[in-house]
Design a protein around this ligand. Sequence first.
Ligand code: ADP
Ligand code: MG
Length: 395
Amino acid sequence: MNKVCIDELELNNRRVLIRVDFNVPLEEGRVSDDTRIHEVLPTIRYARDQKAKVILCSHLGRPKGKLSPALSLRPVAEHLSTLLEGPVAMAGDCVGEGVQAAVARVRPGEVLLLENLRFHPGEEQNAEAFAQALAGLCDVYVNDAFGAAHRAHASTAGITRFVPVAASGFLLKMEIDHLGKLLAAPEHPFVAILGGAKVSDKIGVVKNLIGRVESFLLGGAMAYTFLRAAGYSMGKSLVEEDKLEVARETMKAARKAKVAFLLPPDHVVADRIEPNVPIRVVEGPEIPEGWMALDIGPQTREAFAVVIRGARTIFWNGPMGVFETPPLHEGTWAIAAAVAASGGTSIIGGGDTAAAVVQAGLADKMSHISTGGGASLEFLEGRELPGVAALSDRR
Ligand code: ADP
Ligand code: MG
């Protein structure tokens, strides 16, 4: 990545504002999943070890520009202090005189967490005054919130116009390096596995990857919109009627580019989504009336695994079935196992796909699991991420 990274800067005694993604789930006032906090620890620890005055800022949930005590970052400060094995001070707000005073009290090597950025409407509006107020708190700005890099908000984009230097943190850099390689210099064969709930979420990625990949493997609910578009009846399966035309165009474009576009040849069906619901395997392409296709079938798992085995690069976004509801996780787990066993580079995108890979116990077998669902998709659609574009170029 051709952007300045935190390890290229002098941080000693400087006020270093790091935008992180602490948008973590809370239960009864405590952090219930701290994956996102763990991901940015290397950057925070580095700044602390360099004797920076570390100031962290993040959003949490959707308070819509208003103070909402339930969405305070205070529980995160407590949790972070356990992980860092040292105190983390908490500011009562993220801008204003009180915050300026709190920042002035931070000594080199200490950490201060600002309150939820989205308590102010200026954050999501990317308002100049708010961006300037944030910028006034620091000498160096660092963005390590990859999960928010596709948003042009004050703390990810606007602020960079008012700071001397805007650098990436280690997490953001690693994300861009891994995802960037998929577009710039992938090893071939390159296989894209796409699934999940909606065609509309992923169609931009499919379009941008035509001409870059040798094969698409399609599963999940989105496969049924494509099968419907090819003229088959899909029973009660999830089909996006308003996406049939774009599905047809996409299949045509893939044919023209001589890219393999594999839809599932068989399916696991049930008449409802419920744990341990009775299932049947049906050979496609049609789904019988009254049934819903909820997972890829055994023949599909095998056929997809053969393609995956031959791949040098794999990008996977979207579960192959309703993996949250056993036994409908089996297709997704089979694909996770095939990806884990392949010798190629494996990049996983999407929150649900990442969760499925973790549940399957295969997370450490993947080359990279992206921490930003929306951001990774927009990047692979070929769009510029505002939070990355705004960072200072390396000279
Ligand atoms: P990611 O978060 O990895 O990008 P998505 O959010 O696009 O993935 O999709 C995940 C959701 O898709 C899951 O909730 C899963 O239950 C659902 N899903 C997968 N296959 C099907 C299917 N055949 N029918 C209905 N829902 C499905
Ligand atoms: Mg999801």
